[in-house]
Design a protein. Structure first.
Length: 201
């Protein structure tokens, strides 16, 4: 007997970034974070992101757990494009089409590794582990709720560099969050930290 599929529910949530909207479903789409800033990476790794990039107003696609965050071109208004996107995502998920290919995160980590040649040793390595743990425990969950992601990139002479993805990338309020929230917390917990700066993912 074939199992009855539960219907796909989908609703939208505002994010702090006016150009991004979070489309939340009741299905697990991808265990992890998949950030597609460009169509060419999407073509290699995600059928869903590629299909979304086919819309002229889609500028970025970020897939994580049960939601998709779409960044639109600023020349379009959400009231004009939200409904077609909502219907498309709902139908795509209902058809159980592929979301993100296996091995995506591992491949991205390899690319990151090639970019960052920095090896941490001794006390610095312990500090870096502590910083990463604090970001993963306290910052990531809050940022995910807003449809974004934050990754540790490097630590050098007291300066922590993080990469912002999804709705956080290019978001006007992310600088405030970064400076007042993340920097404040890290400085308190890890006195060696003097500043937190960000790069767009």
């Amino acid at each position: 007997m074939e199992a009855i599929k539960s219907p796909v529910m989908l609703y939208t949530e505002q994010t702090p970034n006016p150009e991004t909207l979070k489309f939340v479903t009741n299905k697990m789409l991808y265990k992890g974070t998949a950030d597609f800033k460009e169509e060419n990476i999407a073509k290699d790794w995600s059928e869903m992101a590629t299909a979304l990039f086919a819309f002229p107003y889609v500028k970025g696609v970020y897939i994580c757990n049960n939601f998709v965050t779409v960044t639109k071109e600023f020349t379009y208004q959400w009231e004009d494009v939200m409904l077609p996107l909502k219907e498309f995502i709902k139908a795509y998920v209902a058809d159980e089409k592929p979301i993100v290919n296996e091995g995506f995160e591992a491949a991205m980590k390899e690319i990151e590794k090639e970019k960052s040649t920095r090896e941490y040793t001794g006390d610095e390595a312990i500090l870096v582990e502590k910083i990463k743990e604090l970001i993963d425990t306290y910052v990531k969950p809050a940022v995910e709720m807003d449809g974004g992601n934050i990754e540790f990139k490097s630590f050098d002479k007291g300066i922590v560099t993080v990469v912002l993805q999804g709705s956080c990338s290019g978001c006007p309020s992310s600088t405030v969050t970064l400076k007042s929230g993340i920097e404040g917390m890290l400085k308190r917990m890890v006195p060696e930290v003097t500043e937190v700066v960000s790069e767009m993912g």
